[in-house]
Each structure stands twice: as C-alpha cells, then as structure tokens.
Design a protein around this ligand. Structure first.
Ligand code: SAM
Length: 249
C-alpha cells in the first residue's frame, strides 16, 4: 500500500523526470518534467487497467509515458489522451517525439507497442450563411468523432468523395456524412455502407440542422448493424462558444 508518494527518490523530478527525458529526446528541451514513477503510481491508484487517462496540460508527456509503462507492467489496455498548447514548440519537439520514442524504443530501451495519433487544432473561418458555417464546422468534427468512437484507420474508397469519409478499427466502422442528405453523394454513401461486411458494427454520423437524425432512419433501413447518430450538437455548441470568445478578444 502506498503511504507517502513523495519521499522515495524515484519520485523526485530531477532523477526520474529530467534525466529520463534527457535520455529520450536530448537535453534542454523541457525543464522539470514530473517523475515518471510519481505519475505511474498516481494512475495506478486512480484508474483500472482499462482506464482512459486524460491530461489537459500534458507538457513533456509524462502521463502518456506512464500509461505505456503501466500497460507493459501488467498487460493493461489503458489509453491516454494528451492535450498541450505548443508553447516553445513543446508539442512538436517534446510531447509527440517522446511518446513516439517510448513506443518505438530508444537507446538500449525496448519499445512498448501501441498506437499513437496526433491531432492539431485550428480555427474555422466564418464565411457564408449560418448553415454553411455549421457545415464547415461539422467537417472539422471528423477527428473528434474518430477519438470518440475509437476508430482511426481511414478506409480507402474507390471513388473520391467530397462529402463523406469512412474509418475502421477491426470489425467496427465509422461513416461520416458531412452535408445535407439531399446532396447527390448521399446515394454513394449508402452504397459504400452496403459494401461493408454485413456483420460489422457500423456507426454513422449524419449532419442535421434541426437535431433529429431519427427521421432519416428509413434511408439506412437496408444496412445491417448500423447505428445512426447525428453530428453531436454539443460539439457544434462548443465551437460556437469558442468562436464567440475569439470574436470578443
Ligand atoms: C506544468 S507543465 C506539465 C508538466 C507535465 N506533467 C510533465 O511532466 O511534463 C504544464 C504544461 O501545460 C501546457 N499548457 C499551458 N497552457 C495550456 C493550455 N491552455 N492548454 C493546454 N496546455 C497548456 C504548457 O505547455 C506546459 O508545458
């Protein structure tokens, strides 16, 4: 049982934070990262071995590193989501390379196999009507929906499509249609859905202005194992709120 996390030397940032980071990505990139062991023990105390750990202020990425080490230790399937600003290019020069090296291996240290995705945020330009803005915002939701559904691999389609995308993870598929269902590409979207393996689990996100995806259920009636979801209004609301805050500055 852990009684006091912070008295053992392994919890000191200068030994298991700074020196460790130096070994992984070189010197002088980030001052005073936390001890890997302090974060490993904290995560172990707070989550199960299948937990998802979110660190909004990830800095040098110690949390992601700790999650990978814990999975190695106990064969867990924990996942992590790290967010950081990019001050002094920290995301590009430290957070991402560190995690990538822990996965691939560095020096004499063997890698810890895992998947890693790196997303960047950006502003969406306000142009055209409110409906157009919603469509533009919706197009930017794809990455968030991939995170939400845990489906990342892009499916290559024979026909180039402007208004839809498919992703997969094993037996699970994610389809996103970015425009009104009256758009001519909607028919192709349904045809592509029908080509997916019958028994696969399909989540389909469609764009609706009025928040009622269920009225389009008939359009998908022939597609097996398919759940229809609307592009979450919550995501659009958050974007709107951000846009308002940026406009005020
Ligand atoms: C105290 S450090 C985190 C240290 C981390 N636990 C480690 O071991 O590396 C906080 C980090 O949060 C990042 N940060 C600051 N403001 C932020 C914001 N608004 N959103 C996301 N990240 C931010 C900074 O880049 C900074 O490196």
């Amino acid at each position: 049982m852990l009684k006091n996390l912070w008295t053992d030397k392994k919890y000191f940032p200068e030994f298991q934070g700074t020196n460790l980071l130096k070994k992984i990505i070189g010197e002088g990139k980030f001052n005073y990262p936390k001890s890997l062991y302090a974060v490993m023990d904290t995560v172990k105390l707070m989550t199960s071995d299948q937990g998802i750990v979110l660190d909004f202020f990830a800095g040098s990425g110690t949390t992601g590193h700790a999650v990978l080490e814990l999975n190695k230790e106990d064969n867990g399937t924990r996942q992590f989501i790290l967010c950081t600003n990019n001050e002094n290019k920290i995301a590009e020069d430290v957070t991402y390379p560190r995690i990538k090296k822990v996965i691939d291996g560095y020096g004499n240290t063997a890698g810890i196999p895992a998947n890693l995705r790196y997303f960047q945020t950006d502003f969406v330009e306000k142009k055209g009507s409110v409906s157009q803005l919603k469509i533009d915002l919706t197009r930017q939701c794809a990455e968030m929906l991939r995170v939400k559904e845990n489906v990342f691999e892009a499916v290559k389609l024979k026909k180039q499509a402007k208004n839809y995308k498919f992703f997969k993870n094993g037996n699970k598929y994610l389809g996103i249609f970015f425009d009104f269902f009256t758009d001519p590409e909607f028919t192709d979207f349904i045809a592509e859905l029908n080509k997916l393996p019958q028994e696969s689990e399909k989540s389909v996100y469609i764009f609706v202005l009025d928040g009622s995806a269920s009225i389009f259920a008939d359009e998908f009636a022939g597609v097996a194992n398919c759940e229809i979801k609307e592009i979450p209004q919550k995501i659009l609301d958050i974007y709107k709120q951000l846009a308002r805050e940026v406009a005020r500055k």
